[in-house]
Write a protein that binds this ligand. Structure first.
Ligand SMILES: [Zn+2]
Length: 364
């Protein structure tokens, strides 16, 4: 992907007074000089332990052959994939049946809610009943997408907040059924900020302009995140997994205080490994302190990108590339986590909170 931000890089380059007018301008995406740094390199294409990816999306798992998917999983040492896009009703039933028939034990399916009609008579009763049926049919968790908070409106056309009390019976039911709720709320905070040279996500907003948000579209970032935290606190008997480190991977001090205040919350690092890879010492200390609260998540299914995750978690490598410049134009450093913590992050924590995973697939 090449994006032209000539003005941006031109600004950087013209800071050097020795540059003459004849020197070509180069855009930021293209400027990728080969590093002259010589240090030990331990690239990883396969995780050192079998692992559970708790944040994946496979939309067509209900039919068709899963062999090529499992072949790619095996190459990564991905033993159990949690497919968060299970839907509900018959679609979910089919997905569970297809996965269990072809590859028993290799897939866990989470259900999703249908928000259509929220606020009308009977909606919550039917929704809770549907969730119970979905769990009977093989769902092992509930996934809430970011549309809750962004675009779900009630029958009166009003935005349904994440902590809307009309949803309380759903969260309570998940606690009762002992299934976790993985929830993605909002997006990275810079999506709400000005589109200027101070914005760390400028490249992403240029390449994905629809991701831009504002205080009125639909609400300030702090409002959405605050709604999520109030909901977590209101349901201490339910286990929540805050997707993408709750968008606080770039502020681990804040995330630390949130985890201490909300013992029912787990976190996963899908799409935010670049935040950890730029602060390996602080991140390793955080993983040490919260080693029972962190799960392995990736989100988008691009098998080659897992290598960055393994390398940041497992090695002490320095200054190695990330796989998407619009997420991170900086280099990565490994945390060099000890085996005992790697095992918790790769599988032990997920085994503890997600029901129905075959323990015998994993080492001690
Ligand atoms: Zn996702």
């Amino acid at each position: 992907m090449v994006v032209r931000i000539t003005g941006f890089i031109a600004l950087l380059l013209t800071g050097f007074s020795s540059l003459t007018a004849q020197q070509p301008k180069i855009d930021f995406e293209q400027y990728e000089p080969a590093s002259t740094l010589v240090v030990p390199a331990n690239p990883r294409t396969k995780a050192v332990y079998p692992f559970i990816d708790v944040h994946n999306h496979q939309y067509r798992m209900g039919s068709g052959n899963l062999e090529s998917l499992v072949t790619e999983m095996d190459r990564l040492n991905l033993k159990v994939m949690v497919n968060l896009s299970g839907g509900n009703g018959d679609g979910l039933k089919q997905m569970v049946a297809n996965a269990r028939t072809q590859y028993p034990g290799r897939f866990i399916i989470f259900a999703n809610l249908n928000f259509t009609g929220i606020g009308t008579a009977g909606w919550i009763e039917n929704t809770v009943k549907q969730l119970e049926a979905d769990v009977r049919n093989g769902a092992n968790g509930l996934k809430i997408f970011k549309n809750l908070g962004f675009s779900v409106n009630d029958a009166a056309g009003k935005r349904v907040t994440i902590d809307d009390p009309r949803l309380d019976p759903v969260w309570a039911k998940c606690g009762e059924l002992k299934i976790p709720v993985l929830i993605h709320t909002a997006d990275p905070e810079p999506f709400w900020d000005e589109l200027d040279n101070d914005n760390e996500r400028l490249l992403e907003l240029y390449t994905h302009p629809r991701r831009k948000r504002s205080a009125a579209d639909p609400a300030p970032w702090e409002t959405l995140i605050g709604e999520q935290h109030r909901m977590f606190k209101k349901h201490p008997g339910t286990t929540f997994i805050a997707a993408h480190f709750g968008w606080y991977a770039n502020d681990l001090g804040k995330l630390d205080s949130l985890l201490l205040a909300m013992p029912n919350v787990m976190i996963e690092f899908g799409a935010v490994i670049a935040e950890l890879g730029r602060q390996p010492r602080a991140a390793a200390a955080f993983f040490n302190k919260h080693q029972d609260r962190i799960l392995f998540g990736k989100d988008s299914w691009v098998p080659s990108e897992y290598a960055t995750y393994f390398r940041v978690l497992e090695t002490s490598d320095e200054y190695f590339p990330y796989h998407k410049k619009y997420h991170a134009f900086w280099r990565m450093y490994g945390m060099g986590l000890p085996d005992a913590i790697l095992k918790k992050v790769y599988f032990k924590n997920a085994l503890r909170i997600i029901p129905g995973i075959d323990r015998s697939l994993f080492p001690e």
